[in-house]
Design a protein around this ligand. Structure first.
Ligand code: DC
Length: 228
Protein backbone atom coordinates (compact mmCIF):
# COMPACT_ATOMS: atom_id res chain seq x y z
CA UNK A 1 0.00 0.00 0.00
CA UNK A 2 1.18 3.49 -0.79
CA UNK A 3 2.27 5.67 2.10
CA UNK A 4 2.56 9.42 2.18
CA UNK A 5 4.32 12.12 4.17
CA UNK A 6 2.00 14.43 6.10
CA UNK A 7 3.60 17.75 7.06
CA UNK A 8 1.81 19.80 9.73
CA UNK A 9 3.06 23.33 10.36
CA UNK A 10 1.69 26.26 12.30
CA UNK A 11 2.00 28.64 15.22
CA UNK A 12 3.01 27.59 18.73
CA UNK A 13 0.19 26.09 20.76
CA UNK A 14 -2.26 25.35 17.92
CA UNK A 15 -2.47 21.73 19.00
CA UNK A 16 -0.23 20.54 16.16
CA UNK A 17 1.48 17.84 18.21
CA UNK A 18 -1.61 16.25 19.73
CA UNK A 19 -3.40 16.45 16.37
CA UNK A 20 -0.45 14.99 14.46
CA UNK A 21 -0.14 12.20 17.04
CA UNK A 22 -3.83 11.28 16.70
CA UNK A 23 -3.70 11.44 12.87
CA UNK A 24 -0.65 9.14 12.89
CA UNK A 25 -2.44 6.69 15.17
CA UNK A 26 -5.54 6.57 12.96
CA UNK A 27 -3.48 5.96 9.82
CA UNK A 28 -0.98 3.58 11.46
CA UNK A 29 1.83 6.06 10.67
CA UNK A 30 4.84 7.15 12.73
CA UNK A 31 4.58 10.51 14.45
CA UNK A 32 7.68 12.71 14.59
CA UNK A 33 7.73 15.79 16.81
CA UNK A 34 10.35 18.06 15.21
CA UNK A 35 9.80 20.69 17.94
CA UNK A 36 10.97 18.14 20.50
CA UNK A 37 14.25 17.96 18.57
CA UNK A 38 14.77 21.76 18.77
CA UNK A 39 13.78 21.60 22.43
CA UNK A 40 16.28 18.79 23.10
CA UNK A 41 19.09 20.77 21.45
CA UNK A 42 18.08 23.77 23.59
CA UNK A 43 18.09 21.70 26.78
CA UNK A 44 21.53 20.33 25.92
CA UNK A 45 22.88 23.84 25.30
CA UNK A 46 21.41 25.10 28.59
CA UNK A 47 22.72 22.14 30.58
CA UNK A 48 26.22 22.62 29.12
CA UNK A 49 26.17 26.43 29.29
CA UNK A 50 26.90 26.59 25.54
CA UNK A 51 27.47 30.10 24.21
CA UNK A 52 25.07 30.01 21.25
CA UNK A 53 26.84 32.96 19.66
CA UNK A 54 30.05 30.95 19.36
CA UNK A 55 29.74 28.82 16.18
CA UNK A 56 32.62 26.48 17.08
CA UNK A 57 31.11 25.71 20.46
CA UNK A 58 27.67 25.17 18.90
CA UNK A 59 29.07 22.83 16.24
CA UNK A 60 31.06 20.80 18.78
CA UNK A 61 27.91 20.30 20.85
CA UNK A 62 25.73 19.53 17.82
CA UNK A 63 28.02 16.57 17.12
CA UNK A 64 27.20 15.22 20.59
CA UNK A 65 23.44 15.28 20.12
CA UNK A 66 21.72 11.94 19.76
CA UNK A 67 17.94 12.44 19.70
CA UNK A 68 15.62 9.43 19.56
CA UNK A 69 11.93 8.74 20.07
CA UNK A 70 10.71 5.64 21.93
CA UNK A 71 7.23 4.45 22.86
CA UNK A 72 6.67 4.11 26.59
CA UNK A 73 5.10 0.62 26.87
CA UNK A 74 3.10 1.62 29.97
CA UNK A 75 1.37 4.65 28.43
CA UNK A 76 1.64 3.88 24.72
CA UNK A 77 2.96 7.44 24.21
CA UNK A 78 6.12 8.38 22.42
CA UNK A 79 8.85 9.99 24.54
CA UNK A 80 11.97 11.92 23.61
CA UNK A 81 15.47 10.69 24.52
CA UNK A 82 18.55 12.87 24.42
CA UNK A 83 21.76 10.87 24.56
CA UNK A 84 19.80 7.97 26.13
CA UNK A 85 18.22 10.15 28.83
CA UNK A 86 14.43 10.53 28.88
CA UNK A 87 13.92 14.30 28.52
CA UNK A 88 10.21 14.29 27.69
CA UNK A 89 9.33 16.33 30.79
CA UNK A 90 12.41 18.57 30.89
CA UNK A 91 12.05 19.81 27.30
CA UNK A 92 8.52 21.10 27.98
CA UNK A 93 9.35 23.41 30.91
CA UNK A 94 9.28 27.21 30.60
CA UNK A 95 13.09 27.47 30.86
CA UNK A 96 13.40 25.59 27.57
CA UNK A 97 10.23 27.18 26.07
CA UNK A 98 11.62 30.66 26.61
CA UNK A 99 14.93 29.89 24.88
CA UNK A 100 14.04 27.43 22.12
CA UNK A 101 12.98 29.97 19.50
CA UNK A 102 16.33 31.74 19.77
CA UNK A 103 18.22 28.45 19.44
CA UNK A 104 16.05 27.59 16.41
CA UNK A 105 17.27 30.66 14.55
CA UNK A 106 20.82 29.21 14.32
CA UNK A 107 21.58 27.92 10.83
CA UNK A 108 23.90 25.11 11.97
CA UNK A 109 21.27 23.84 14.42
CA UNK A 110 18.61 23.81 11.69
CA UNK A 111 20.87 22.06 9.18
CA UNK A 112 21.75 19.32 11.66
CA UNK A 113 18.15 18.72 12.73
CA UNK A 114 16.63 18.98 9.23
CA UNK A 115 19.05 16.27 8.03
CA UNK A 116 17.93 14.00 10.89
CA UNK A 117 14.25 14.74 10.16
CA UNK A 118 14.65 13.90 6.46
CA UNK A 119 16.33 10.62 7.40
CA UNK A 120 13.48 9.75 9.81
CA UNK A 121 10.87 10.40 7.10
CA UNK A 122 12.58 8.82 4.10
CA UNK A 123 10.46 5.63 4.16
CA UNK A 124 7.26 7.77 4.25
CA UNK A 125 4.29 6.77 6.42
CA UNK A 126 5.09 9.64 8.77
CA UNK A 127 3.26 12.59 10.21
CA UNK A 128 5.75 15.29 11.20
CA UNK A 129 4.83 18.56 12.84
CA UNK A 130 6.83 21.77 13.16
CA UNK A 131 7.35 25.14 11.50
CA UNK A 132 9.17 24.35 8.24
CA UNK A 133 8.14 20.79 7.49
CA UNK A 134 6.10 21.58 4.36
CA UNK A 135 8.44 24.32 3.18
CA UNK A 136 11.96 23.00 3.90
CA UNK A 137 12.09 19.49 5.39
CA UNK A 138 9.62 17.82 3.01
CA UNK A 139 8.77 20.33 0.27
CA UNK A 140 7.37 17.40 -1.76
CA UNK A 141 5.13 16.06 1.02
CA UNK A 142 1.95 14.64 -0.47
CA UNK A 143 -0.13 16.43 2.17
CA UNK A 144 0.71 19.73 3.86
CA UNK A 145 -1.44 21.21 6.58
CA UNK A 146 -1.08 24.68 8.09
CA UNK A 147 -2.80 25.01 11.47
CA UNK A 148 -3.84 28.31 13.04
CA UNK A 149 -5.89 29.38 16.09
CA UNK A 150 -6.29 32.69 17.87
CA UNK A 151 -3.73 33.57 20.54
CA UNK A 152 -6.07 33.50 23.54
CA UNK A 153 -7.45 30.08 22.61
CA UNK A 154 -3.92 28.75 22.18
CA UNK A 155 -2.80 30.14 25.54
CA UNK A 156 -5.76 28.63 27.39
CA UNK A 157 -5.11 25.24 25.79
CA UNK A 158 -1.41 25.39 26.69
CA UNK A 159 -2.22 26.40 30.27
CA UNK A 160 -4.53 23.39 30.64
CA UNK A 161 -1.88 21.09 29.18
CA UNK A 162 0.75 22.37 31.64
CA UNK A 163 -1.71 22.09 34.54
CA UNK A 164 -2.32 18.46 33.68
CA UNK A 165 1.42 17.95 34.02
CA UNK A 166 1.39 19.68 37.41
CA UNK A 167 2.88 22.99 36.21
CA UNK A 168 0.91 26.09 37.21
CA UNK A 169 1.70 29.04 34.92
CA UNK A 170 -0.23 32.34 34.78
CA UNK A 171 -2.07 33.01 31.51
CA UNK A 172 -0.24 36.29 30.80
CA UNK A 173 3.14 34.49 30.87
CA UNK A 174 1.88 31.92 28.39
CA UNK A 175 0.40 34.59 26.10
CA UNK A 176 3.73 36.44 26.17
CA UNK A 177 5.71 33.28 25.47
CA UNK A 178 3.46 32.28 22.53
CA UNK A 179 3.42 35.81 21.05
CA UNK A 180 7.21 36.11 21.36
CA UNK A 181 7.70 32.74 19.71
CA UNK A 182 5.26 33.58 16.87
CA UNK A 183 7.26 36.72 16.30
CA UNK A 184 10.70 35.03 16.35
CA UNK A 185 9.56 31.96 14.36
CA UNK A 186 7.89 34.04 11.63
CA UNK A 187 10.63 36.64 11.23
CA UNK A 188 13.84 34.65 11.49
CA UNK A 189 16.16 34.57 8.51
CA UNK A 190 16.55 30.78 8.39
CA UNK A 191 13.40 28.94 7.26
CA UNK A 192 10.81 31.22 8.85
CA UNK A 193 7.41 29.85 9.73
CA UNK A 194 5.12 30.29 6.75
CA UNK A 195 2.32 28.52 5.02
CA UNK A 196 3.46 26.49 2.03
CA UNK A 197 1.59 27.57 -1.09
CA UNK A 198 0.00 24.17 -1.50
CA UNK A 199 -0.90 23.67 2.19
CA UNK A 200 -4.44 23.13 3.41
CA UNK A 201 -5.16 25.75 6.11
CA UNK A 202 -7.16 24.70 9.17
CA UNK A 203 -8.22 27.29 11.77
CA UNK A 204 -8.82 25.28 14.95
CA UNK A 205 -10.12 28.17 17.13
CA UNK A 206 -13.66 26.83 17.01
CA UNK A 207 -13.02 23.19 16.22
CA UNK A 208 -13.21 20.30 18.63
CA UNK A 209 -10.09 18.16 18.78
CA UNK A 210 -11.79 15.18 17.08
CA UNK A 211 -13.04 17.47 14.31
CA UNK A 212 -9.56 18.70 13.39
CA UNK A 213 -8.16 15.16 13.49
CA UNK A 214 -10.98 13.79 11.32
CA UNK A 215 -10.59 16.63 8.84
CA UNK A 216 -6.89 15.84 8.28
CA UNK A 217 -7.49 12.07 8.12
CA UNK A 218 -10.22 12.66 5.54
CA UNK A 219 -7.93 14.81 3.34
CA UNK A 220 -5.14 12.21 3.77
CA UNK A 221 -7.48 9.48 2.55
CA UNK A 222 -8.46 11.58 -0.45
CA UNK A 223 -4.78 12.06 -1.32
CA UNK A 224 -4.10 8.34 -0.86
CA UNK A 225 -7.10 7.52 -3.05
CA UNK A 226 -5.63 9.56 -5.87
CA UNK A 227 -2.18 7.93 -5.81
CA UNK A 228 -3.32 4.28 -5.51
O1 DC B 1 6.43 22.77 18.33
P1 DC B 1 7.13 23.32 19.58
O2 DC B 1 6.37 24.42 20.24
O3 DC B 1 7.49 22.23 20.54
O4 DC B 1 8.49 23.94 19.02
C1 DC B 1 9.40 24.58 19.85
C2 DC B 1 10.19 25.61 19.07
O5 DC B 1 11.04 24.97 18.14
C3 DC B 1 9.40 26.64 18.28
O6 DC B 1 9.22 27.85 19.01
C4 DC B 1 10.22 26.90 17.05
C5 DC B 1 11.13 25.71 16.93
N1 DC B 1 10.83 24.83 15.81
C6 DC B 1 11.35 25.18 14.57
O7 DC B 1 11.97 26.23 14.45
N2 DC B 1 11.17 24.37 13.52
C7 DC B 1 10.47 23.22 13.64
N3 DC B 1 10.33 22.42 12.57
C8 DC B 1 9.91 22.86 14.88
C9 DC B 1 10.09 23.71 15.95
Amino acid sequence: MNKIVIAIDGYSGCGKSSTAKAVAKKLGYTYIDSGAMYRSATLHFLDHSVDIHNPQEVNAHLDQLNIRFKINPDTGYQETYLNDRNVEQDIRNMRVSNYVSEVSTIKAVREALVAQQQELGKEKGVVMDGRDIGTVVFPKAELKVFMTANLEVRALRRQKELEEKGQIVVLEDIIKNLADRDQTDSNRKESPLMKAEDAVEIDTSNLKFEEQVDKIVQVAQEVLGKIK
